[in-house]
Design a protein around this ligand. Structure first.
Ligand code: 48F
Length: 261
């Protein structure tokens, strides 16, 4: 077979354009492809919701690759083991209620499952703002991370979504930019972005799941962004709460979208 470089270029351009233009109007736009975003996108896509994930970095997985302090093993508590089982990720019992998993196997399997379920993943794309109408979030504003890094003055593009999920982890970047620009009242204890507290694994794992949900009409939080937004604690390298939070936000949104009814 004789290779033609222009066909290679055209194939990339046309296929990407098709994928991108099909993603301009979504049921759910998820910002951040860490564990909570990946899990949420898997459950939503599996139920046939139209979902895309937008990830600033080239690689997905967020803080999961590095386990704890670059020791690439993660810990999951009993309550979340069933999720790893469902994805077919191997776990090993450590002691009563505690399980470990290889972080590379965990991230790569979550990602493959989300893509195969139909989630579209746009890496190297940063969400810099939200699209609003009156008192509701109706989409996201995106640009290439390369544009952001080079501080180029390039206008972004907009994606419409029935629901937006901030799964950006510790910075809860989407919630923060939204509040800064619009001075809105959020569904937090003080109505504003609270910021995360220091390490308390047990309390943090509980509250990250409990408080997963809508923070403003159309805008949801999942994963560590929940605790950052609500003033919860950080949990360190235990990942059950991230998986359960991703599952919970998917369940809430499927209900709101009317899937499975
Ligand atoms: O931080 P991250 O893994 O979020 P998570 O799903 O999980 C948190 C844990 O990794 C860990 C923890 C629990 O053990 O505390 O930190 O809550 O993944 C967040 C992803 O969002 C991307 C970022 O690059 C990362 O991969 N991200 C952040 N801001 C943006 C973004 C943005 N504005 N646009 C696109 N992606």
């Amino acid at each position: 077979m004789e290779l033609n470089e222009i066909i290679v270029s055209r194939a990339i351009i046309e296929r990407f354009a098709r994928k991108f233009s099909q993603g301009l109007e979504l049921d759910v736009a998820i910002v951040g492809a860490g564990p909570s975003g990946l899990v949420a996108s898997y459950y939503l896509s599996r139920a046939k919701a139209k979902v895309a994930l937008f990830e600033r970095k080239m690689s997905v997985g967020g803080g999961m690759w590095g386990g704890g302090m670059l020791f690439n093993e993660i810990v999951i508590q009993r309550e979340a083991k069933r999720i790893l089982d469902e994805f077919g990720i191997s776990t090993e019992a450590f002691q009563e209620g505690y399980y470990t998993a290889d972080s590379v196997e965990a991230v790569s399997t979550l990602c493959a499952a989300a893509c195969r379920a139909g989630a579209k993943l746009f890496n190297g794309v940063s969400v810099e703002d939200l699209m609003v109408r009156e008192e509701k979030v109706i989409g996201i504003v995106i640009n290439w991370t390369a544009v952001e890094m080079a501080s180029l003055h390039v206008d972004p593009l907009a994606i419409r979504a029935k629901f937006v999920v901030d799964a950006t982890g510790h910075p809860a970047e989407v919630v923060q930019v939204f509040q800064r620009k619009n001075r809105v009242t959020l569904k937090t204890p003080l109505g504003t972005f609270q910021g995360e507290r220091s390490l308390w694994a047990e309390a943090a794992e509980r509250s990250t799941v409990e408080n997963t949900g809508e923070i403003y009409p159309g805008l949801y939080v999942a994963g560590m962004a929940v605790n950052a937004t609500m003033g919860g604690y950080r949990m360190g390298p235990i990942f059950g709460g991230m998986l359960l939070s991703g599952e919970k936000v998917a369940r809430i949104l499927l209900d709101r979208l009317g899937y499975g009814k």
